[in-house]
Design a protein around this ligand. Structure first.
Ligand code: ATP
Ligand code: MG
Length: 388
């Protein structure tokens, strides 16, 4: 590997893709730092694969340039780019054993003494005892590792992964997520990982770019995106958010808003728009930040907390926590997750309750957006077809 330039960042500048009159990717500026694990996250059809294929050279951008470090690669054919791709269908060679599948890239380049490098790769992906098996004799997760090893043996500067775990069942997916993360840390090259699974993106990536309709809506570290979503799409697509329509009563460094006669507070610093007195604001709070008490215990709630009165509409016990849906005049269907430490027998459907949380855990969003963007019920979001 030649690594003489200071930076091997992947840089997309004004990259877009049109298919006829349809814009699959709107002009996009994106820098993917060298050595990072970067995830492109979004619902089906939002332009993830198209973006990845432009980086790989499999798709010609309509506008813009792509650089790897100091080198512009926009018009280079795929095989001349220091990039390899792992697809969802691993497309291993069925007649070759695992060793030969992994050796393929070296042999194609005319390298004959491949054993040392192939053995290293087999160790890296922990398939030692399987080297002489054929692909059909391996599990899905093992085949996936062969696909990763087969790409990495070419020493790409960047590894592109397009839904590589899509064919695996949930448990194996979780295991392979950690495995891929370990491999990335070990080899230290840039991974660009495409997925529609928000948990997968958050588990694996240093940086996540959330895509919606051919645009990157927000980019950041997983915790940053989760705690400080800047759009309703990100707030709803990444986990669950309670979004409450409210009117701004006063706006200083602390903001007071009113929703159906209930006053709520939040720090101005947590608003992605400047709140103006008399204006509207969508107030957001995550379900796990909220505590729940029976209405008759409202007096036990510490002063200064945000409070909403409501009635339990539904509760589901899911082991580590109980998830409640609460109806309130302030907001229909508020979601609250309560950890199962000591379960309060009074918190059952029909019970009158008070929700309360620390105002600091509240964020504010521009009210001129669709409140349901990014939820599965939103018309703009297609449901993901798992298999036809
Ligand atoms: N060759 C093509 N011709 C016309 N439209 C295309 C072509 N390839 C992709 N598109 C459209 O571009 C949009 C983005 O497609 P893309 O494959 O990038 O989505 P994606 O985010 O990878 O979705 P998924 O999660 O379903 O794989 C889609 O609406 C798709 O129908
Ligand atoms: Mg795709």
């Amino acid at each position: 590997m030649t690594d003489t330039t200071a930076s091997g960042d992947v840089r997309l500048a004004g990259i877009s893709k049109h298919y006829g009159s349809f814009t699959a990717v709107h002009p996009l500026d994106l820098t993917i730092p060298q050595g990072s694990f970067f995830a492109l996250l979004g619902a089906s059809g939002c332009g993830k694969t198209t973006t990845l294929r432009m980086i790989a050279g499999l798709e010609e951008p309509s506008t813009g340039t792509i650089s790897l470090g100091e080198r512009e690669v926009t018009h280079l054919p795929p095989y001349k780019r220091p990039v390899n791709t792992v697809f969802q269908s691993y497309a291993l060679f069925p007649h070759m054993d695992i060793f030969e599948n992994i050796a393929f890239g070296l042999r194609r380049r005319g390298i004959t003494s491949v054993k040392k490098q192939v053995d290293e790769m087999i160790d890296l992906v922990q398939l030692g005892e399987h080297a002489r098996k054929k692909p059909h004799q391996l599990s899905g997760g093992q085949q996936q590792r062969v696909a990763v090893a087969r790409a990495l043996i070419n020493h790409p500067q960047v590894l592109l992964l397009d839904e590589p775990l899509g064919a695996l069942d949930l448990k194996l997916r979780r295991q392979m997520q950690l495995e891929l993360k370990r491999i990335q840390t070990e080899v230290g090259i840039t991974f660009v990982h495409v997925t529609h699974d928000q948990e997968e993106a958050m588990t694996m990536a240093d940086t996540v770019a959330v895509m919606n309709g051919g645009r990157v809506e927000q980019l950041g570290a997983p915790a940053e995106l989760y705690e400080n979503p800047r759009t309703t799409f990100v707030a709803n697509f990444l986990g669950t958010s309670n979004l409450i329509e409210s009117a701004v009563e006063s706006a200083g460094s602390d903001v007071a808003v009113s929703a159906s006669g209930t006053t709520l507070r939040l720090p101005a610093a947590r608003c992605s728009t400047t709140p103006r007195t008399g204006g509207k604001l969508l107030v957001g709070v995550r379900p796990e930040k909220i505590s729940l008490v029976p209405a008759e215990e409202e007096h036990t709630i510490a002063a200064g907390r945000n409070k909403i009165a409501g009635k339990i509409a539904d509760s589901s016990f899911i082991g580590v926590s109980t998830q409640y849906v609460i109806d309130s005049p302030v907001c229909p269907e508020l979601e609250v997750y309560v950890q199962n430490i000591e379960r309060d027998a009074r918190l059952v459907p029909g019970a009158e309750v008070v929700l309360h949380w620390n105002p600091e855990h509240t964020f504010g969003l521009d009210a001129d957006q669709s409140i349901s963007a990014g939820t599965t019920g939103d018309a703009g979001i297609e449901t993901v077809e798992e298999s036809a």
